[in-house]
Structure formats: structure tokens, C-alpha cells
Design a protein. Structure first.
Length: 195
């Protein structure tokens, strides 16, 4: 939200997690920004407004359970103005390697940070999903003081498959670009569709 709002676009946000909404509000405040934020389930949104555009970036759509995807697409459709645009990123698992372990350190300040470790588990080709174990180590003054572990699953869609799902929900003028038109071999596919 922040980069778009810094370009003077008016945005509102929605998330199921009250914790994520609190963090969003904190991040906005650090930049001197404010936005309406709503707590809600994407499968049954009931927001007070309709929108010129709805954006779901960075592959977040792939976190949704496949059984609820049509509910989400219909819900978003109902919150668009006529001729409003849906912009959704989906992720193809081009990079997935079973048992691969990757780590990344994210500094919070000069004394604290998070060491993130992702372990690729397996890919289910028939159900189109990948699974990981994610470990988050909170590091203070060089020592791990807290650890959280989660099972992480991503679902993927073929390009034609996703276009057909959009079409089935009533969207039209459906097209896509790969890698934000900067990298033709990227795993991220950005769909655009209109109500």
C-alpha cells in the first residue's frame, strides 16, 4: 500500500488477521499515511464501497485454499465498480526444488533481527501445490530468543486455467504479463481482468 499511496493513489486494505492490520497501520503511520483498513474474509466480503481497482499482489492469491477460490473471485467481482479492474499476481513453482533449504536474515535494528529458514518439502503435481516448513528465529544480541515454525503451502494455477476461472466469474478483457514485463522467465504472472 505504501508505495502506491506515496504516488497519491487512494487505497483501502483488507485482511483476515487483526495482527496484520495493526502492523499495516503502524507501517502507514511511520510514513505519515492513513488508510481505511477492514478486517474480513475474502470469501464473503461485505465492504461499504465499490472500487475502481482491486489489487492482490506478490502471489498472495496462491495462499488461498483452492476450494474457496471461486468464492474469493466472486466476492472481489461484487466489490468492483462497473468496468473496474482486478489485478492479481499468481506464482508458478518454477523455482521449487524438494529438500532445498534457504535462509535469509532480516534486520529489525542494530541489535535484533529475524533469521528466516525455508525448507522445501514436496510438490503435489496432481493437486497443484507445494509445501514448506518455515522457521522464524528472533535474534537478540546474537542469540536466538524465540522460534516459530509453520507449515506453508502454495497452490498454483496454469495460465489458461486461471483465465478460465476469471471468465467463469464474469470477468472480461482478461490478459496477463510475466514478471512485470521485466523478466520473461519469472515465476510471477500478473493477471488483469475487468468487471
Amino acid at each position: 500500500m505504501i508505495p502506491l499511496m506515496q504516488k497519491r493513489l487512494q487505497l483501502e486494505g483488507v485482511d483476515l488477521s487483526t495482527h496484520m492490520l495493526r502492523q499495516c497501520k503502524t507501517n502507514l503511520a511511520k510514513e505519515g499515511l492513513e488508510a481505511a483498513l477492514f478486517q474480513g474474509d475474502l470469501t464473503e466480503l461485505n465492504l461499504p464501497n465499490k472500487y475502481e481497482a482491486i489489487i492482490m499482489p506478490t502471489g498472495s492469491f496462491c495462499l488461498l485454499q483452492k476450494a474457496r477460490v471461486m468464492d474469493v473471485l466472486n466476492s472481489l467481482y461484487n466489490h468492483l465498480e462497473n468496468n473496474g479492474k482486478l489485478i492479481v499476481d499468481i506464482e508458478l513453482p518454477l523455482w521449487f526444488t524438494p529438500n532445498q533449504v534457504t535462509t535469509k536474515h532480516c534486520s529489525i535494528d542494530d541489535k535484533t533481527g529475524i533469521l528466516f529458514t525455508a525448507t522445501a518439502q514436496n510438490m503435489d503435481w496432481h493437486k497443484q501445490k507445494t509445501s514448506y516448513i518455515h522457521r522464524y528465529d528472533f535474534v537478540e544480541n546474537g542469540y536466538v530468543t524465540k522460534t516459530e515454525v509453520s507449515n506453508f503451502m502454495l497452490h498454483w494455477y496454469g495460465i489458461d486455467e486461471f483465465a478460465l476461472l476469471l471468465e467463469k466469474c464474469g470477468y472480461n478483457k482478461i490478459n496477463y504479463v510475466i514478471g512485470y514485463e521485466k523478466n520473461p522467465t519469472a515465476s510471477l504472472v500478473i493477471f488483469f481482468a475487468e468487471k
